[in-house]
Unconditional design. Structure first.
Length: 309
């Protein structure tokens, strides 16, 4: 017998995830989280835009003005240092606070205890109010989780985590691929320009490759970060599926299981690079259809094995 009693199944509390997530206090947390995400997103976009800009423009300028290759290389290297130190620090500072807002939102909506050892003290109320007030375009924060209002505990918590992990895995995986393809395309374009212009290997290295190398390196570094996050999200997904399969087989999931899953989710978020909002929106319809289909499939599977009350 587990020391932690299993969460009750077969009945849904009158204030489940579907309704609790839209309560004013919880929406305020989501608004504050959105503001912090938007700030982190701006710093991340500035870093990526500068990286791509140097990778594209530096070789062009070096071809037109061959004598500029040395200082262009220095400028590209300087941007690399600036991006990995100052920009990344600003991004991570804002993202970290947004992640803690998200943690408080989820632990409250899921009725889980706060883990002080992992996340320190909960965010201060005045900070939440200040950041929520600064948020813009917050209408899409309602119905954060695609809960149907009829799914019992602990299935509703597990499916909410599964939904989050699916969004993360799909977006980070595809963004990593996009950055890798972009870096490869820029490098290939540089070789083609060198061939068309009849440059020697030495001229190609000095005038094209070396000036753009720091930017290409940063693009590949960012791609690797997103790829690692996608892998971590996939591991989370597997952990959630194991718990769902346990329920499907007639087993139990305890509050400690849900808290452990919440801890793993928080840890992965803390180590994740920011996902650009424009990329998320561009993929939203395709990803949403796939994720909703996955959630519906699990609800149907578990209805056949979970008592109805």
């Amino acid at each position: 017998m587990p020391t932690d009693p299993p969460l009750p199944t077969g009945s849904t509390p009158p204030t489940g995830i579907a309704s609790r997530q839209n309560e004013p206090a919880h929406l305020r947390l989501l608004h504050a989280k959105k503001y912090r995400h938007d700030v982190a997103d701006r710093w991340a976009n500035l870093n990526v835009a500068g990286t791509i800009g140097f990778a594209v423009l530096v070789p062009v300028i070096a071809m037109v003005w061959p004598g500029s290759a040395a200082w262009l290389s220095a400028a590209a290297a300087g941007w690399l240092v600036l991006g990995r130190s100052l920009f990344r620090r600003f991004e991570q500072t804002s993202a970290e606070l947004g992640i803690r807002y998200q943690e408080q939102f989820e632990t409250s909506v899921f009725a889980l205890p706060w883990n002080t050892a992992l996340a320190n003290e909960p965010p201060r109320t005045d900070a939440i109010v200040d950041d929520a007030r600064r948020a813009r375009h917050v209408d899409d924060q309602r119905d954060w989780f695609a809960d149907d209002g009829a799914t019992p505990k602990p299935v509703d918590i597990l499916l909410a985590h599964l939904e989050s992990a699916l969004w993360g895995r799909r977006n980070h995986h595809l963004y990593a691929r996009w950055l890798s393809i972009l870096a490869a395309a820029i490098a290939t374009a540089g070789i083609l320009v060198a061939v068309i212009a009849g440059l020697s290997v030495t001229d190609y290295l000095i005038r094209l490759l070396f000036p753009s190398l720091p930017a290409l390196q940063e693009a590949l570094f960012l791609a690797d970060e997103h790829r690692k996050t996608a892998s971590a999200k996939a591991q989370l997904e597997n952990q959630i599926i194991q718990l769902l399969e346990r329920l499907e087989a007639g087993g139990h999931v305890t509050q400690a299981d849900c808290r452990s899953l919440q801890d793993a989710t928080y840890t992965v978020r803390r180590g994740s690079p920011s996902m650009p909002t424009w990329f998320f929106r561009a993929r939203h319809k395709i990803d949403s259809n796939a994720i909703q289909g996955t959630l519906t499939d699990w609800r149907n599977r578990l209805r056949r094995t979970t008592p109805s009350g």
